[in-house]
Design a protein around this ligand. Structure first.
Ligand code: PGA
Length: 234
């Protein structure tokens, strides 16, 4: 059984989400399907799949115009929240320590954080991939938790680019994340792969060691693209 999570980013409408939920309701799968959608869609009823948000405030409440707290997200009935996505690190200045604060807020409110780590192209070319992944895990993830979390390895240079690392590179990254999580007392935490996942590569990627599922951007927007990913593995 795998975890298949979609990330709609700033795309879609409430009607499109209703259509997607209805398309997914007839899909036979044992996999856990999650859709992380814009805040305004989080109250959409969905019985077979779980909804998640894509970010949250590092603060718990107060004078932070425009921000949304973990408690507010939990109140919608959403179960998950992506934290530290590459685009939030790039455009909103999220650092590992901010990601950790956000994840703590999520956990304190009963949300399951999907915490993203991964290297940029510059870091890859400088031979720093493994160091960036390990420090990302150690610094972004609260280790003093007994509540479930999910980690996503997303090579930042491959997101939305139609590029993917080799199977060996994905295996190295996921094995390192699994070992680091185990050192931190978080062994068994699911580790998703994300970046340019599609129907034609999903099964192969999910057959790699320590890949417990995928985080899908562009290919999660249309059911014709998303359903083949969900059904590509048992
Ligand atoms: P992509 O995005 O599947 O479009 O590459 C992945 C992500 O940003 O989580």
């Amino acid at each position: 059984m795998k975890i298949i999570a979609g990330n709609w980013k700033m795309n879609g409408t409430q009607q499109q989400l209703k259509t997607m939920i209805s398309d997914l309701s007839s899909v036979e799968t044992q996999n856990t399907v999650i859709l992380c959608v814009p805040f305004t869609m989080l109250t959409t009823p969905s019985d077979k799949i779980s909804l998640g948000a894509q970010d949250l405030s590092r603060h718990t409440h107060g004078a932070f115009t425009g921000q949304i707290s973990a408690q507010m997200i939990a109140e919608t009935g959403a179960k998950y929240v992506i934290i530290g996505h590459s685009e939030c690190r790039q455009y909103n200045g999220d650092t590992n320590s901010i990601v950790r604060q956000k994840a703590t807020n999520a956990l304190n409110n009963g949300l399951i954080p999907i915490i993203c780590v991964g290297e940029t192209m510059d870091e890859k070319q400088a031979g720093k991939t493994m160091a960036v992944i390990e420090s990302g895990v150690r610094e972004s993830i609260p280790s003093d938790t007994s509540t479930p979390i999910i980690v996503a390895y997303e090579p930042r240079w491959a997101i939305g680019a139609g590029l993917t690392p080799t199977a060996a590179e994905i295996a190295d990254a996921h094995n390192l994340i699994a070992k680091t999580l185990s050192d931190m007392g978080l062994g068994g935490t699911p580790i998703l792969y994300g970046a340019s996942v599609k129907g034609s590569n999903a099964a192969e990627i999910m057959s790699i060691s320590n890949v417990d599922g995928v985080l899908v951007g562009g290919a999660s927007l249309k059911s014709d693209d998303f359903i083949p990913i969900i059904t590509s593995v048992k």
